[in-house]
Design a protein around this ligand. Structure first.
Ligand SMILES: CC(C)(COP(=O)(O)OP(=O)(O)OC[C@H]1O[C@@H](n2cnc3c(N)ncnc32)[C@H](O)[C@@H]1OP(=O)(O)O)[C@@H](O)C(=O)NCCC(=O)NCCS
Length: 140
């Protein structure tokens, strides 16, 4: 298993992984166009785990200059419990630290709290989300 940066050719396999894990939500964020926007964003980290040339997991995060966040980690169901998720989060943490981050928050821990606790995360507070942003920003 190797971990590398996202490539455009990964899109289809990554969408399939997100769908299989019931993590595919808004196509604007999770579909091909969303993935390409994340990959083009200098603040973002978008890594893919690959086995035999095939993507088996992904992690997405961001560092805004003060705080670092991991927004999603997803491992293909038939490849779970082999350390891939841990390796993805650890590598994302190294990249974010290299950019200057001193802390790391996961915004969507889901039901797998034990996975995050093993990686030293502690549950502090819940995140609130406005989806769609127009509801907050207003029209125009
Ligand atoms: C959560 C997830 C990313 C973990 O990836 P993974 O490659 O299976 O995780 P690892 O093999 O590195 O697991 C490390 C440890 O975390 C814990 N863990 C992982 N998955 C777990 C689960 N489903 N239930 C309980 N503990 C779990 C275990 O302690 C595990 O160690 P062990 O296998 O020796 O018992 C993966 O299960 C997944 O993609 N789930 C669906 C999507 C999701 O919920 N993502 C997280 C929210 S963004």
């Amino acid at each position: 298993m190797t971990i590398r940066e996202f490539r455009e050719a990964d899109c289809e396999a990554l969408v399939a992984i997100l769908r299989a894990n019931l993590q595919y939500g808004d196509p604007r964020n999770d579909g091909r166009e969303g993935m390409l926007r994340v990959a083009a964003c200098p603040a973002a980290v978008f890594l893919v785990a690959e086995e035999a040339g095939v993507p088996v997991g992904l992690v997405r995060g961001v560092y805004d200059g003060a705080k670092a966040f991991i927004h999603i980690v997803s491992v293909r169901p038939d490849c779970q419990r082999r350390g891939i998720g841990t390796a993805l989060v650890r590598e994302a943490a190294r990249v974010l630290r290299d950019r200057g981050a001193t802390n790391l928050t996961v915004t969507v821990p889901g039901d797998n709290l034990d996975f995050w606790k093993r990686l030293s995360f502690r549950l502090t507070k819940r995140v609130m989300e406005a989806h769609d942003i127009d509801d907050v920003a207003g029209g125009g």
